[in-house]
Design a protein around this ligand. Structure first.
Ligand code: BES
Ligand code: MN
Ligand code: ZN
Length: 498
């Protein structure tokens, strides 16, 4: 993937497809001004005749027949009202999908970049459109056989036509490329099938990240996990021949460190449910149960590339495959976690909270100011909020507000949920400090979050239940069915303070 800024006029943009983002009011004048001449007049007439009005989501495309450097022009309506950031990303994604459907390999996009639907911040708008284009063009197709004689064409080259915003858009490209690399890594890790993306595979991915960006790395195997007393992580991984693994990468920014963060991601590479076996329909897609880990590694990729000063970040991934076998863990086991408390296992399918408990207890010892965890933790969260929203739980309202703001700016949807201590009673066990699953289903996302809260001590902490948005059930403007890479943009924005 390459993204660049270009000072070229739209007419002269060297790309297969030229996309113009036009408003509802005045779209015809905008298009004509950018395209010029008889071609501009003719194109506007044609678009008008076919019902194009510059409304959000409308699109119109036509060949240029040599009137432009691009072989095809695409009008994308964005309306006149300021769009939320996720919808600005979608505009970029739509441009990419339309371009890709014409077998384009390169796409240049023009917009006024400031005012109207794109808001007041030209750099932010360009970054979101650039991100959307690159994400919209993503395909996980490495397992698709290529027909003989067919050359697959990929849309990989993107240009933002900066016009006279060149100075304002300076810096957009480097940051967007780094962010996209992180989101695409998260998607690739998520989409790899479960016999490939095992705990070992995630450990290798962690090693590669450490090597590429100079992170310190601690990677523990089963014996080391047992020796450390991470017994909950060990239990979840007991039924599988591969894993468990505990992965800890540490980034140290230049200069004086003013902020220390830990990002923790659930890395269940396949969730059968264990002996509390899932029914077959619910098991489909459970290779995506490591999307929290994928988001943490995606953020590591982006932060490694951008190398922000003054921050220390710990990227932590506890990973295991929740399988059934003669040695697998069972209900009624009582297990002491790394944080010292005991857990009665009442459901082996509530495994994410178990390996996260050990990782959160570990993270809370690192001298960090704040901990954020991401996990495809509960179906209940998807029932509560639908597929678009992550549930956000925090023991600190100010932190919750900051993460929510970062998610909005990044174009990801999160909703602050109650971490109500009243529900803690549901986790009471007659034989241990807590049980891992409740007897009823009500408030299942909250009780899962309350379980996690038991392991973070007095640290400021936010838990993101990404079970909904981590998996796309259908193609979307910026995505393809499968892993979405959700969380990366929010973590990166939160780290950089934008
Ligand atoms: N990985 C699942 C949660 C999940 C379900 C994510 C559907 C995405 C889609 C998790 O490990 C799980 O099985 N949770 C149980 C918890 C229950 C046993 C308390 C659930 O949600 O049913
Ligand atoms: Mn489960
Ligand atoms: Zn799970």
């Amino acid at each position: 993937m390459s993204l660049k800024l270009s000072a070229a006029a739209p007419k002269a943009a060297e790309a297969d497809v030229l996309a113009l983002l036009v408003s509802h009011e005045g779209w015809a004048a905008q298009a004509q001004a950018q395209l010029g001449g008889d071609f501009g007049v003719g194109l506007v007439e044609l678009a008008q005749a076919e019902g194009f009005e510059g409304r959000p989501g409308q699109q119109f495309t036509a060949p240029s027949f040599g009137a432009l450097s691009a072989r095809r022009v695409l009008l994308l309506g964005i309306g006149d009202e300021a769009l939320p950031h996720d919808m600005i990303k979608d505009v970029g994604g739509r441009a990419a999908k339309a371009a890709a459907s014409t077998r384009a390999t390169s796409l240049a996009v023009w917009a006024a970049w400031e005012g109207g639907a794109l808001g007041a911040d030209a750099a932010r708008a360009a970054a979101l459109v650039g991100e959307g284009m690159a994400l919209g063009a993503y395909r996980f197709d490495r397992y698709m056989s290529v027909k003989e004689g067919e050359t697959p064409r990929r849309l990989t080259s993107f240009a933002l036509l900066a016009g006279d915003h060149g100075a304002a858009l300076d810096g957009v490209v480097a940051r967007t490329e780094a962010l996209v690399a992180g989101v695409l890594l998260a998607r690739d890790l998520g989409n790899e099938p479960p016999q490939v993306c095992t705990p070992d595979y995630l450990a290798d991915a962690g090693r590669r990240l450490a090597e590429a960006h100079g992170f310190e790395a601690v990677i523990l195997d089963r014996a080391q996990i047992d020796a450390k007393g991470m017994n909950l992580l060990s239990a979840v991984g007991r039924g599988s021949d591969i894993g468990p693994r505990f992965i800890h990468l540490k980034y140290t920014g230049a200069g004086e460190i003013g902020r220390r963060l830990a990002f923790v991601g659930k890395g269940v590479t396949f969730d059968t449910g264990g002996y509390s076996l899932k029914i077959s329909g619910s098991m489909v897609g459970m290779h995506l149960d490591m999307c929290g880990a994928a988001a943490v590694f995606g953020a590591a990729e982006t932060i490694g590339r951008l190398a922000p000063a003054g921050v220390e970040i710990h990227f932590i991934v506890p990973t295991a495959s929740n399988m059934v076998s003669a040695g697998a863990f069972t209900v009624n086991e009582i297990i002491r976690g790394y944080g010292g408390k005991t857990v009665e296992i009442t459901n082996t399918d509530a495994e994410g909270r178990l390996l996260l408990a050990d990782a959160l207890a570990y993270a809370s010892e690192l001298g960090v100011d704040e901990i954020v965890d991401l996990a495809t933790l509960t179906g209940a969260c998807v029932v509560a909020l639908g597929e678009q929203y992550s549930g956000l739980f925090s023991n600190d309202d100010a932190m919750a507000g900051r993460i929510t703001a970062a998610s909005k700016a990044a174009g990801e949807r999160m909703w602050h949920m109650p971490l109500d201590a009243k529900l803690r009673d549901k986790l009471k066990s007659p034989v241990a400090d807590m049980k891992n699953a409740c007897t009823d289903r009500w408030g299942g996302a909250i009780t899962a979050a309350l379980f996690l809260k038991e392991w973070i001590g007095d640290k400021r902490w936010t838990h993101l239940d990404i079970a909904g948005p981590a998996f796309l059930e259908n193609d979307s403007p910026i995505g393809q069915k499968g892993a979405s890479g959700v969380g990366v943009a929010t973590l990166v924005g939160y780290t950089l303070g934008t």
